[in-house]
Design a protein around this ligand. Structure first.
Ligand code: APR
Ligand code: ZN
Ligand code: ZN
Length: 357
């Protein structure tokens, strides 16, 4: 089959037709991809910001159709439409049983052995799903059923950007109606933080991005104010009487923007780190400031969500006209366009490029 392959970190991705899949084993299903969004974390794996095993088939924001079940697998049945979850909750580990399935520690176990081959050697599916290929073999629990009438493109973006962004607001931070919110980084994920904040009833939603093109798009998703990073301090003065925002979301994944988000958070407020940053970059805080202002610094994985219930919850909000998912998709591409889509994402020309098959 065809798929996008990264052979070496820092090199451009290429499309290969020498990929093959092992048949699904016990606990696994084979899924034919129908749509897959290009997320910044894919680029971060390809450029070395996030760790990845090589050769890699990137892509972790996808939707498709179940086409084969492994031995003994009871479902979802062949033909079911699914969103792929890049953390399949095992349902029985400490975190799953404790209500935090997004932190499941068994999530990668069933796909630890490569299901993919490139020529004669193994290849690795990004985050156990590898959506930039025609088909994928995944943990059966990574294939989360959705209603048949949901378009695959809308379903795909729910698989990462929407749950991560909206979940950060409603699950991680639990933003209260009437709050003030700042969002630093208005890409595919950040825009979902913005529309999540609007959904949660935030009174002020400040969108911050270094690209002016992004600051135009955000108004349609519920931002009430916009600023460039240089204008953030002034916005804090004007919009919060200098106190800082009730919540500041960092959706870039860099030390500098985490620090900016913290500095824009009021005493007693919360800074939420949504961006997936490098494991080697340091962020500096003094001991005093961590204690004195009683600010909370929160990490956020997959919007603190439970994919088993939250994917369809997002789709219900879309159906009700409360979340704009169609507007997230700027352009439709083929597998051959993924390399260019990385460039378009970095330059800010698109919110999401969507691979269709
Ligand atoms: N200050 C403000 N905005 C910035 C800065 C900065 N220093 N650097 C980048 N940005 C903006 C970009 O202009 C872009 O609009 O952040 C946005 C990032 O958006 P995308 O590239 O579309 O990335 P996205 O897919 O939204 O992911 C954002 O979340 O899941 C993680 O790994 C992902 O860390 C990444 C983050
Ligand atoms: Zn992602
Ligand atoms: Zn688990």
């Amino acid at each position: 089959m065809r798929g996008v392959v990264l052979r070496e970190v820092g090199r451009p991705v290429e499309v290969s037709d020498e990929l093959t899949l092992r048949p699904p084993g016990p606990g696994q299903v084979r899924v034919r991809l129908r749509a897959a969004g290009v997320c910044h974390s894919d680029l971060s794996m390809c450029d070395g910001t996030l760790p990845a095993q090589l050769p890699l088939v990137p892509g972790h924001e996808g939707a498709g159709e179940v086409v084969e079940l492994g031995p003994g697998v009871s479902g979802p049945p062949v033909g079911t439409h699914v969103i792929l979850s890049w953390i399949p909750p095992c349902g029985s580990c400490f975190f799953c049983l404790g209500g935090q399935p997004n932190l499941c520690t068994a999530a990668r176990a069933s796909t630890a052995a490569p299901t993919l081959r490139l020529g004669d050697g193994p290849a690795h599916a990004a985050l156990g799903v590898g959506c930039f290929a025609e088909e994928t073999v995944v943990d059966a629990r990574a294939a989360v059923p959705i209603p048949d009438d949901v378009p695959f493109d809308v379903a795909a973006v729910v698989g990462c950007a929407v749950l991560t962004g909206v979940g950060a607001v409603i699950n991680t931070a639990r933003v209260r109606p009437g709050s003030s919110v700042a969002v630093i980084g208005c890409g595919g994920v950040g825009i979902n933080v913005i529309q999540g904040a609007a959904l949660a009833g935030a009174a002020t939603v400040l969108a911050v991005d270094r690209l002016s093109a992004k600051l135009e798009a955000v108004r349609l998703f519920g931002a009430t104010h916009t600023a460039t990073p240089d204008g953030l301090a002034d916005a804090v003065k004007e919009l919060t009487e200098g106190r800082g925002f009730d919540y500041a979301f960092e959706v870039v994944g860099r030390a500098a923007t985490i620090r900016q988000a913290w500095d824009a958070t009021r005493r007693g407020g919360a800074t939420v780190v949504v961006g997936a940053g490098s494991f080697s970059e340091q962020v500096t805080f003094t001991a005093g400031e961590l204690f004195a202002g009683e600010r909370r610094l929160l990490g956020c994985v997959y919007g603190s969500g439970d994919v088993r219930t939250d994917f369809v919850r997002m789709l219900r909000l879309w159906r009700a006209g409360r979340l704009d998912l169609d507007g997230l998709i700027s352009t439709r591409i083929t597998l051959d366009g993924v390399g260019e889509a990385f460039t378009a994402m970095t330059s800010g020309r698109v919110i999401r490029s969507l691979v269709t098959f």
